[in-house]
Design a binder for this molecule. Structure first.
Ligand code: NAD
Ligand code: TYD
Length: 355
């Protein structure tokens, strides 16, 4: 199998590339990534010179390049992680979320269709080469937000509330449309919040770990009572591997860790694990359109495909904190670059208040 993994230099993608090389030593893994601010080849440096692994620096919006990659590597599966992934950035600058997350996905779908369809000239042909699949990595955020009760199930309407989740929902609908209109073999996975090694420090958990280690203020949006379901990244990788191999054509699968936590709980837990003071907590203005609660019903993937998460939150967060403590240079390399400009702009309240 020749698997094209897009966005494989990002947080989840790089974990997935390594997971696949370890679990499927016979597969050729082609990692295509544009290396935006979130892409980091340091995430992949322990792969060494594995001959089953190829890295290509390219943009999923670059049709010509994607065509060449499909031909040269005879791609028969796509796992599409490539995306702009941060809600706060989507509120500042939505446009690139549209071009990468929606148009980029449509370009990948179209080129996969051309290469995989048995008769690409015939618009009525719904037959594809054996074993091909396009797996779109999506998010639970496409469902919008929940009240105090209930869980997201795959049949719920998509009601995204911010430009990031709206772009991911649009991409999901495009993937669905390629399945319905062209008979393309697809799956969509919708996962809850991931955490683990190599996560970029704009996201809650690595940001709080980094600020704790430096003794900086810990910015909490609003009242800190927003709830997310947290999944350790390796469990997300095993779930995607399961769907790639056993997913029923055309189906959507929710992936979650049954680990609902309020943001403030997470922050206090990290403070305690690192032996810091709660005085570092700084309540800042809430994110506009901030979704109050996400929670996942993962019954479908568990009962139909036999996947289950193997990390409890307590185990996963321990591993994560240990990884960041053991890899301070990785973090330094990021925070010493452009990231600081972003941080200053986003968290002016924290800087100006100096609390
Ligand atoms: P990330 O921001 O860490 O990585 C994204 C990667 O995509 C980067 O390596 C970046 O260089 C690459 N990329 C961006 N634009 C590109 C383009 N135009 N062409 C090629 N490459 C491009 O994101 P992540 O947290 O690893 O998320 C990966 C995927 O999983 C995303 O699709 C995201 O929506 C989804 N997801 C993430 C979470 C989460 O908690 N992080 C949860 C559910 C779903
Ligand atoms: P984030 O990691 O950005 O993921 P998402 O918005 O996709 O869920 O944020 C997780 C939660 O933490 C979310 O409710 C926003 C909140 N948050 C803060 O309170 N402070 C911060 O500095 C950040 C980055 C997030």
């Amino acid at each position: 199998m020749n698997v094209l993994i897009t966005g494989g230099a990002g947080f989840i993608g790089s974990n997935f590339v390594k997971y696949m090389l370890k679990e499927h030593t016979e597969y050729n893994i082609i990692n295509l990534d544009a290396l935006t601010y979130a892409g980091n080849l340091e995430n992949l440096k322990n792969i060494g010179d594995n001959e089953k692994y190829t890295f290509i620096k390219a943009d999923i919006r670059d049709k010509k390049k994607i065509e060449e990659v499909f031909k040269e590597y005879d791609i028969n599966a796509v796992v599409n992680f490539a995306a702009e992934s941060h809600v706060d950035r989507s509120i500042e600058e939505p446009e690139v979320f549209l071009t990468t997350n929606v148009i980029g996905t449509q370009i990948l779908l179209d080129i996969a269709k051309k290469n995989w369809k048995l008769n690409p000239q015939d618009k009525h042909c719904r037959k594809y080469k054996a074993g091909v699949n396009f797996l779109q990595v999506s998010t639970d955020e496409v469902y919008g937000e929940l009240g105090k009760e209930g869980l997201f199930v795959e049949t719920m309407p998509l009601l995204p509330n911010n430009p990031y989740s709206a772009s991911k929902a649009s991409a999901d609908l495009m993937v669905r449309a390629y399945h319905e209109t062209f008979g393309m073999p697809i799956n969509i996975t919708r996962c809850s919040n991931n955490y683990g090694p190599y996560q970029f420090p704009e996201k809650l958990i690595p940001l709080i770990i980094n600020n704790c280690l430096k003794g900086n203020d810990l910015p909490i949006y609003g009242d800190g009572m927003q709830i997310r379901d947290w999944l350790y990244v390796t469990d997300h990788c095993s779930a995607i591997d399961t769907v790639l191999h056993r997913g029923i054509n055309g189906e959507v699968y929710n992936i979650g860790g049954n680990n609902e936590k309020a943001n403030i709980e997470i922050v206090k837990l990290i403070i305690e694990a690192l032996g810091k003071s709660e005085d570092l907590i700084t309540y800042v203005k809430d994110r506009p359109g901030h979704d109050r609660r996400y929670a996942i019903d993962n019954t479908k993937i568990i009962t139909e495909l036999g996947w289950k998460p193997s990390y409890t939150f307590e185990e996963g967060i321990k591993e994560t904190i240990k990884w960041y403590l053991d890899n301070t240079q990785w973090m330094e390399n990021i925070v010493s670059g452009n990231y600081m400009g972003y941080y200053k702009k986003m968290y002016k309240d924290v800087d100006e208040d100096g609390r």
